[in-house]
Design a protein around this ligand. Sequence first.
Ligand code: ADP
Ligand code: TRP
Length: 321
Amino acid sequence: MKRILSGVQPSGKPHLGNYLGAMKQHIEMQKNYEAYLFIADLHALTTVRDPEKMRAQTLDLAASYLALGLDPKKTAFFKQSSVPEHAELCWIFDAITMMPFLERAHAWKDAQAKGRKDATVGLFNYPILQAADILLYKPDIVPVGQDQKQHIEMSRDIAQNFNKLFGETFKIPAPLIEKEVAVVPGTDGQKMSKSYGNTIEIFAEESVLKKQVMGIKTDSTPLEDPKDPEKCLVFTFYKLLATPAQTKSLAKKYRKGGFGFGDAKKALLELILKHFEEPRKKYDKLTKDPKKIQKILEDGAKKAKKIAEKTLNEAKEKIGY
Ligand code: ADP
Ligand code: TRP
């Protein structure tokens, strides 16, 4: 059985972009792959500095995955910080990686371009920890959104570098990026991201969700005019979740006229609530039982650690430790 691995930071509430670009694939693939999935709480420390938030967001992300159908019997689901091998392998890679290699990373270049004085060593080193996350588990495939492509490529380079220096140790991983949902836009038309405040959160309370949907940017075409659905952000979201028949029927309403963006937003809100009806119920139940979630993550860490330990020992032996 081929192996997949992925991680998501507990840096805020999961949104439609996370779900369509990554989480959905993770959950679907657990059926046919040996799956490892972790909450990247070491990476999240580069931005989350409030212990209460770290705890709450970690539990929230775990509850979200479980509510969406992640089966802990099929997927080893764990917190990155529970498997110290990630940090140890990170150091090994640090010691054999050149600075200019990391200076090419998008996130670092962005921080430099913005002259950010608060850019940490952790932000600079982020891709190396991610390489350690991935390579420890020797996965065949790493399912992620488009924005992670460079990180996977860097992991491949780091694996090749180690293998060249010390002999074949790490498997070269391949990214899996779903084309249609590689970059889900946000409510303002930029990429949807927790850091841009333009998200639609799938488990938000109904009133919050409504506010987010009603906030989707539209143009000022009058209600009575016919509209081109393909030019409307609301329609873009609708299409991502609807059946082809539902999409066709909404497109017809746009083209006919007398159908305003407010109406389209109402249809979208209804669709989201319907689409996530079961997961939202499960999520409410799960969030009331944090002990159950913690136990699942602890059991997952035990499974993950077995593999991580083995790979790290192989690497250490090759190095001469
Ligand atoms: P954010 O940008 O909101 O902080 P993360 O960096 O935590 O999101 O991303 C978690 C996963 O979701 C990654 O695999 C990432 O590629 C994917 N992802 C995030 N935003 C989007 C988006 N707008 N469209 C598609 N995939 C996304
Ligand atoms: N950097 C990823 C993100 O922001 C999260 C992540 C950390 C990850 N380690 C990983 C994703 C390993 C895939 C594989 O979304």
